[in-house]
Design a protein around this ligand. Structure first.
Ligand code: TTP
Ligand code: MG
Length: 297
């Protein structure tokens, strides 16, 4: 099984323009912590190679072994333009969590983007307001996005791995930046959001950390076609230029690395231009890679 797995993973690498993060195990470790033996043995039974044992020197003293302390899960965030296929990427993880016969079903928590609450906050569709009149509503909308994102980052979990659609970072580095650059936010509004953001990412009590970024890299033309096809009602107002600008901001941040550095975590770049059906198959095999990199931390 391990051999077959490696073959599939290599196939994924070959089909990606740049697949760097998962292979760079040393970097993946930067924000992580140890996984307990229950989960490790599950992954062993799943036959993942190279599972590292917990070092004796890092074990708690005997009298603390049974103390339950909440741990921040190993956190993977999935980034990419609107329509890049982030939700498609999450599907294999969702299927795994729902399949109780799968030995890894209790390893991974999937956190979908809170777009539902953006579309209905006590009866108000904030996303719609933002697209209809961005100058008036961008600050309000991005304030709420920021809140829901930090809620997702910091909620406690009993599972050792968390896979999230988007993050607090892309909301700030791509969307807020883009709205400001496009003249949809005043200097003062941008400053208020930025101050909030800086406070949140440095607040020690919030334990906001990311271990791995997966960037689904699409041409803006592809993202545009997918958005037109899926017909999310609020998004018919999105012009192509908006996606192009968002694309450039993702690229500055995650590929060119010219802005918003240092990166919070290593980046895995995946060519997400192929058809979504093709990508679904590739993402299924990538699931094993991601789990393995979490275990190897
Ligand atoms: P995305 O976060 O890109 O999610 P998606 O479901 O469109 O992506 P995918 O197809 O890859 O699964 O955007 C959701 C909507 O919210 C989209 O219309 C863009 C908008 N949005 C903002 O306006 N500001 C933000 O900060 C974020 C994160 C999203
Ligand atoms: Mg989505």
């Amino acid at each position: 099984m391990a051999t077959k797995f490696r073959f599939v993973a290599q196939h994924v690498f070959d089909n990606s323009r740049n697949f760097s993060g998962v292979a760079q195990k040393g970097q993946v470790l930067s924000h992580s912590r140890l996984m307990d033996n229950t989960y490790k043995s599950k992954l062993h039974s799943f036959n993942l190679p190279c599972v590292r044992e917990i070092s004796d020197s890092l074990k708690k003293p005997d009298n603390m072994q049974n103390t339950v302390t909440p741990k921040r899960p190993f956190t993977v965030v999935v980034e990419g333009n609107i329509g890049s296929g982030k939700t498609t990427f999450l599907r294999p993880y969702m299927a795994t969590t729902m399949d109780s016969t799968n030995p890894t079903s209790d390893l991974v928590e999937v956190v979908e983007e809170p777009v539902g609450s953006w579309r209905n906050l006590q009866g108000t569709n904030l996303l719609k307001l933002m697209y209809e009149d961005p100058k008036r509503w961008s600050l309000m909308f991005q304030t709420y996005v920021q809140l829901t994102m930090i809620q997702h980052h910091t909620k406690s979990s009993i599972k050792p791995i968390r896979v999230m659609e988007r993050s607090l970072l892309s909301a700030r580095y791509c969307f807020v930046e883009n709205l400001y650059n496009g003249g949809n936010m005043t200097d003062a509004e941008y400053a208020v959001l930025s101050e909030w953001f800086n406070f949140l990412i440095t607040c020690p009590q919030l334990d906001f950390k990311i271990d791995q970024i997966v960037y689904l890299r699409t041409d803006p033309e592809v993202a545009y076609e997918r958005i037109k096809k899926r017909k999310r009602p609020e998004e018919h107002l999105i012009p192509f230029s908006y996606l192009k600008d968002l694309h450039e901001l993702h690229e500055d941040w995650l590929v060119r690395k010219t802005k918003f550095q240092p990166l919070a975590a290593p980046v895995t770049v995946i060519d997400a231009n192929p058809d979504l059906d093709v990508l679904s198959e590739r993402y299924k095999s990538l699931e094993h890679q991601i789990l393995q990199s979490a275990v190897n931390k």
